[in-house]
Design a protein around this ligand. Structure first.
Ligand code: ACO
Length: 370
């Protein structure tokens, strides 16, 4: 038995949800470029869950189901009020989502219908939790969903208490489309491994959130912004990046396990970063990002991934830095739940082997002789 480090190149399951072939990402066979230009996030949720684009009536039903399911149980809000105010927002989300299961009477109902209902609740309540925690830590009361027809618009309202403008809604909606699913990424794999024991969907999503939090996965978007803020000025990009590369530090937002020729999602976020920069009259973060890309790609051949330009996009939308990864979670909930439903439909316990590298032929030594 020989282990493959990081399971690189290992095909661990079959799936009909999303694919990456020759650097092209598709959801249910539709190219991400097509979806990024034309689809709303709610259409993508439907596509991922049910395998086809919704009709107008199906889309309306999904939007109204999401709105009807968006109220966070009062007990969970009360628990969130007890969280330390300075706690990591992904840790807060992970704990609150785990708590949701305690107040859902059908948490352990394993029927397909109940699991779809729980997927709707999770997709509706996760954005509400992210916004609620952001308000609670500032001493403000969480806001109920205004019941708009889009997850992006509801979230922006629940976060700020103000009616969001059209540009912000469209930008966030596109970011949600781009992050919705990504084949067997680490957090989706974690979700599938968890539910393959036939535990409940809340356990699967809790595992996934904990996995997404790490800086080698979803946490990279916050690390990118921290880096840009540390660089501070466009003049400082060259010495800063050169210094990092000389020390063999990783540059956050670059590289990818699967895409070696470039992440197809990055160009959409780059374009959005430029457009939003022009609209707000603040191109600083975009220009620093472009300079960083020129340098890292030129010197190391590494291309930006989905996290790199999402950092400047969210910053230009005035979203606090530590909500970037929770926003990724809001989007990826659609993919995680689609994969969980698919895993339940054709389940087998996921239990690989390990190549043992420890000592052999050892004997127990009584404690008095050690
Ligand atoms: N900066 C500098 N060097 C890098 C980077 C980077 N961002 N990414 C890879 N490398 C180098 C490694 O140092 C290594 O060099 P070596 O062979 O000389 O030791 C080589 O490229 C291979 O890197 P690995 O880390 O082994 O590649 P792996 O496929 O395991 O990792 C990963 C992929 C984790 C995304 C990596 O590129 C990375 O750490 N990037 C920065 C974090 C990041 O942006 N994560 C978000 C990924 S997208 C997502 O999850 C949504």
């Amino acid at each position: 038995m020989t282990a493959t480090k990081g399971l690189e190149g290992i095909v661990a399951t079959t799936s009909s949800i999303s694919s990456i072939v020759d650097g092209v990402l598709t959801y249910r066979g539709i190219d991400i470029d097509d979806l990024a230009e034309n689809a709303t996030f709610e259409e993508v949720i439907y596509l991922l869950w049910f395998g086809k684009l919704p009709t107008g009536a199906e889309l309306e039903k999904l939007q109204s189901d999401l709105n009807a399911a968006s109220t966070i149980p009062a007990e969970v809000i009360n628990q969130m009020k007890l969280f330390p105010k300075d706690v990591n927002s992904m840790a807060a989300l992970r704990t609150a989502v785990s708590a949701l299961a305690l107040y859902d009477a059908e948490a352990n109902d394993m029927s397909q219908e109940a699991n779809v209902r729980k997927a709707i609740k999770l997709q509706a309540q996760i954005p509400a939790i992210v916004a609620a925690f952001a308000r609670i830590r500032e001493g403000k009361e969480p806001l109920a969903s205004p019941g708009y027809s889009s997850v992006a618009a509801n979230f922006l309202f629940q976060l700020t208490g103000k009616e969001p403008d059209k540009i912000a809604i469209e930008a966030l909606d596109k970011a949600l489309v781009l992050h919705a699913d990504h084949e067997l990424n680490a957090s989706t794999f974690a979700a599938r491994v968890t539910v393959a024991t036939l535990t409940d969907i809340y356990s699967g999503i809790t595992s996934a959130i904990g996995t997404l939090k790490g800086p080698l996965h979803g946490g990279a978007n916050e690390a990118v912004m921290a880096m840009l803020e540390e660089i501070g000025t466009i003049e400082n990009v060259v010495p800063y990046i050169n210094g990092k590369l000389e020390r063999k530090d990783k540059i956050m937002g670059f590289g990818h396990r699967v895409y070696k020729g470039g992440d197809p999602r990055a160009k959409h976020l780059q374009k959005m970063s430029l457009e939003l920069g022009k609209l707000t009259g603040n191109l600083k973060w975009y220009e620093m990002s472009i300079k960083t890309e020129e340098l890292v790609t030129g010197l190391k051949g590494l291309k930006p991934n989905v996290d790199f330009y999402s950092a400047s996009v969210y910053t230009t939308l005035e979203i606090p830095r530590d909500l970037f990864t929770p926003i990724f979670a809001i989007s990826r909930t659609s993919g995680w739940t689609a994969h969980i439903l698919e895993q339940y439909e054709n389940n087998r316990l996921i239990r690989p082997r390990a190549e043992y590298t420890g000592p052999v032929n050892q004997k127990y030594v009584p404690i008095s002789e050690r």
